[in-house]
Ligand binder design. Sequence first.
Ligand SMILES: [Zn+2]
Length: 312
Amino acid sequence: MRFNAKARLDASRTQDVGGGGGGTGGGFPIPIGKAGGGIGGLIVAVIIYLVVTNLGGGSAGGVLTGSAFSGNSVGLYGQDFDYSTCTSGEDANNSDECALVAVENSLTDYWKNQAQVADVFQPERAIHVFHGSVSTGGCGTATTDVGPFYCSGDQTIYLDTAFYDTIFKQLGGEATPFVRAYVIAHEYGHHIQDLLGTMSKVRTQQGKKSDSVRLELQADCYAGMWAHGAETTPDQDGNVLISDITSDDIQQGITAAKEVGDDYIQQRTGGSVNPDQWTHGSSAERQHWFTTGMQANDDISACDTFSAASLD
Ligand SMILES: [Zn+2]
């Protein structure tokens, strides 16, 4: 994957918010359950519904959809990086931080152009890169353990960059540039679900055919749609920002989808495979829906995991 060196970037939505703060409102700890043993304190806490009473008045309900990993904070991206310095595709080719901005720009350009989303489309409010812990605007306080997540309360994607040094290393994978893009594309998929009202349909939080699993697999499918369309998506100037998504990149994305499968994680962490506890779907299901998205040719209805009788 490469970025068009001459393309302009819009870094206005991507910020480093440091650690232990940065959000607006909400100071409630998120009740996450720990599954002990295995990968040091692996936490499986993926979709958490919270009703948070903000100091600002009123109550805001937030849906937090994240991934599920923990580890020591190492951080792929620099602490307190100034994302406003990312101005061109060349910057994105030379820096992981600016590549994050470029992927966000590409996702925004891609979804803005999808007919089935256009009527309700607006970009996510922000990507907040944090280190250690963060206060969100409606989803409480999150720590590194939660991994990347989307909070519907403030329509913001949260990314603790230690995630890449934990999940992929501990689960035996590698956080290549395209894998990192896949993670952002998955979280952006949750934003699209938020815009389309899909999140509010989720009732069952756990289990092989739960609404949670269907929501997560749909986000994988949306990530696949973007992966297929990124190289033909015009940017703000009519250029194409992303090129050279190789078959190796795609294979890395599919491998990453395997490594975040619930059955795979249960096995890797020394547990038995228990579909009743699934929240994101099995490795096979996650690979299937990422691939389905890539083959959907921009038809979002191909990602209707809620109507699908079989998920794999
Ligand atoms: Zn998710």
